[in-house]
Design a protein around this ligand. Structure first.
Ligand code: UDP
Length: 408
């Protein structure tokens, strides 16, 4: 074998030696460009965490993604421990039979946690996309998932310098961190319909006048009857109609708590696909949401957002002026009304850059994951790559170092 060529691909490489683990709607949205960029190197593992077809199959199709190489059944609707345990067992069998060189996980879901654990226990390199977010709120399952995955990761793809600084503060070596931006920027650009198509979507769902677009699904807003009822009332009292694409979890809670009459004062829709959601968001006067991804998307769409949460792991959206964090309660309505009344806000946001990068995150993540997988492949055959095959070391870019130091 010539010194410059890679070791021969194993049979496993036919299904790709870089596994991408995902199981929820936001993971599909944010990893679609990474899966496409990996091409034949990708091995897609669908954990089934979002078992509702409205949140899964439809999104796979919408992003033109290949069918998953592994689908895990039977995890939807179970508790956290059982869910993560079932996922790890299924992935462990897959990774034992054919160990990937690297495993890419995204964000902070149970699937992220299970994917990172299954990869680490079988010796595959863990690549964490959207690494280093911290709310410091241990009551949020997502915060625990993030911290756990942070411990297991070999490469941390941080969306912002602040995320990277969080990791450095926890003792992660800067050489294992790459500041890439967030793939949500390219997801918004790719999914956004043409202006004509967006107008058609808006006319169909909202008619001609101004409206607010809301999404709610986090346990802190939906698991307590009184809190959910108050939130629905606050939204219904706003001076413009509120569109609410209903997450299946929220729909189930509204029915179980007997709140259908309150919710009926809002314009409820089934969950919409990503292009439709972006069309509605881009024309809304204001968004109200407890979503993580929506906090990022408004910075690309240049829209104001009320974040209904006790804490946020995305302070960049708040600091840049796009998002206002409000605890669930009576301030939601008054804050929304103040933002709706601020006539200068749209121009100010239109001129504010997104803190989540320039739309090249996926390309950077793909290059870094392939580089790491290739390094693992070389070391598996006991050889070192020729110098021209070695990518500049991750985390050593001067711009990364300066940005992380400034954010620390
Ligand atoms: N979204 C969508 N259709 C909807 C509601 C949301 O496509 O009806 C998208 C939204 O644009 C964002 C993502 O779903 O990209 C957010 O997902 P979710 O709020 O479920 O999860 P989180 O981001 O909070 O983890």
């Amino acid at each position: 074998m010539p010194a410059a060529s890679l070791p021969r691909r194993r049979s496993s490489d036919q299904v790709g030696d870089v596994a991408v683990v995902l199981g929820t709607r936001p993971e599909i949205i944010k990893l679609a460009s990474v899966i496409r960029g990996l091409g034949r190197r990708a091995r897609v593992v669908w954990t089934g965490q979002h078992f509702d077809a409205e949140l899964s199959d439809r999104f796979f199709d919408g992003f033109g993604l290949p069918r998953p190489h592994l689908r895990i059944d039977g995890v939807g609707g179970t508790g956290r421990g059982a869910q993560i345990g079932t996922m790890i067992s299924a992935m462990d069998r897959l990774f034992a039979a054919d160990t990937p060189h690297a495993v890419v996980v995204q964000g902070d879901t149970n699937s992220t946690s299970a994917g990172a654990q299954a990869a680490h226990y079988r010796g595959a390199a863990v690549v964490h996309v959207e690494a280093g977010l911290r709310s410091r709120d241990r009551a949020m399952p997502e915060e625990i998932n993030r911290q756990l995955v942070g411990v297991l990761s070999d490469l941390h793809c941080a969306a912002t310098p602040r995320n990277a600084a969080n990791l450095v503060a926890e003792g992660v070596s800067p050489e294992r961190i790459e500041v890439t931006g967030n793939t949500v920027v390219e997801a918004v650009r790719e999914s956004m319909p043409t202006p004509g198509a967006a107008r058609t979507v808006v006319r169909r769902h909202a008619g001609a006048g101004p409206y607010v677009l809301a999404t709610l699904h986090r346990p802190e807003n939906t698991d307590d009857r009184g809190r959910l009822a108050q939130l629905l009332d606050e939204l219904a009292a706003l001076p413009v109609p509120v569109l609410l694409p209903l997450h299946p979890r929220t729909r189930a809670r509204i029915e179980a708590f007997g709140l259908s009459a309150s919710a009926g004062r809002l314009r409820m829709l089934p969950p919409v696909d990503h292009p439709e959601f972006l069309a509605l968001a881009s024309q809304a006067r204001l968004l109200v949401s407890d979503s993580g991804g929506v906090q990022e998307e408004v910075t690309v769409l240049k829209k104001p957002l009320v974040v209904v949460r006790n804490s946020t792991e995305r302070p960049e959206s708040v600091d840049a002026g796009f998002a206002t964090l409000v605890r669930p309660g009576p301030l939601v309505g008054s804050t929304a009304r103040a933002l709706l009344a601020d006539a200068r806000l749209p121009a100010r946001l239109a001129a504010t850059p997104s803190p989540y990068g320039d739309g090249t995150a996926a390309a950077q993540i793909v290059a870094a994951a392939i580089s790491l997988a290739d390094a693992r492949r070389w070391s598996a055959v006991g050889r070192v790559p020729a110098p021209q095959q070695v990518r500049p070391p991750v985390g050593r870019r001067a711009s990364d170092r300066a940005a992380v130091a400034a954010a620390a």
